[in-house]
Design a protein around this ligand. Sequence first.
Ligand code: GLY
Length: 426
Amino acid sequence: MITSEEVRKLFINFFEKRGHKNIPSSSLIPSDDLSVLLIPAGMQPLKKYFTGEKNALNDFGTQRLISIQKCFRTTDIDEIGDERHLTFFEMLGNFSFSPVGSDDPSDYSNSGYFKKSAIYWAYEFLIQELGLKIDYVSIFKGENNIPLDEEAKKIWLSLGLSEDQIKLFGREDNFWGPTGDEGPCGPTTEIYVDNIEIWNLVFNEYYQEKNGVLRKLNLRGVDTGMGLERLMKVIQKTETIFETDLFEPLRITLLNLKSDINQRDLRIILDHLRSSVFLISDGVLPSNLERGYILRRILRRLMLKLVKYNLLDYLDQLVLAVKNKFNSIYENLNNYDKIINVIKGEFVSFEKTLRRGLNKFDRIVVYRNREEMIEKLFIMFSSYGLPLDISAEILKERGVFLDNKDLELFQILFKKHQEVSRPTNE
Ligand code: GLY
């Protein structure tokens, strides 16, 4: 069975042979870019090459780059626990910047390329290098004055896909970006294996302004993104991403310690432990602001689960399992002492609140209707310091799911509370 280590090597070799330079993953903390709190995609650190503010030929000696980028998607935090969402993941990507050269897939030089080479190489890599079978692909159907992507369609047909295997989707599904509130973006073609979208090929020809208006760039760039976890799932034919070798030996270590962890909790622990280790190793510290708050939320939910299964005493062993899996790739994970100290520090400061909150939870949250329940949750927050997302997680374990109306009510109570407790000058 092909391992993730082998896939990394195959990807790098394949694209290096085709004129690409492999650049190391950037930190999860963006440098010189205020548009996002954490890096959400491989293209983010390369934005200025797509807009023409920087030139890859000057900086790297080629218009072709690849990376295996550490990514973090904050939008997915509340979904963690299902079969496919992750906060932290790694993204394989090949990138090309203007000007476009021959766009001939047999041209292995250092010039820019566009749709033909990008699609040919994606096809070749999946079929010939990894032995996978493409079920179908999708292309941009044309919408909002952006035309149907006839060119991508022709290329796929020339590779032997049938009309039926080429699905058409609009702006919602087959147009990527921008990240943050402005930036390069464009129509995509997406590749599905085992009914899972595994590779997104973005043809960056547009720039979206802050006011939402799209303008056509004079440049043509290629930005592709293939999540390593999903790719390993289809290669290793596991039931979900969590059984791939990317989560070993952590998953086995956890199950050896506690064989009765339910699936959802297991996935939350696997995801949150991995992502907090990576965030801390890149310099994020828990706080009440921005990325520090993202880390804090993750650590608190992780702690809730570790307490539930009496696993808190095994924290060192669990963090070590993550470190041992990845430290040959990401050297800063060797800073084990710092990582473990930050996690423990946060756990110590939250432990009293959590244990007190858990003790009171059952007694206080006896609810007859939704409104009453939210009022009780607000008391848990205002009097016992238990954050709403932790209360929500405890409720979820009991099959009660908060909706937007509940959250709005909580906000109203929060505002009222602030007004009442605000000091006056009278
Ligand atoms: N930048 C392409 C992707 O993240 O899918």
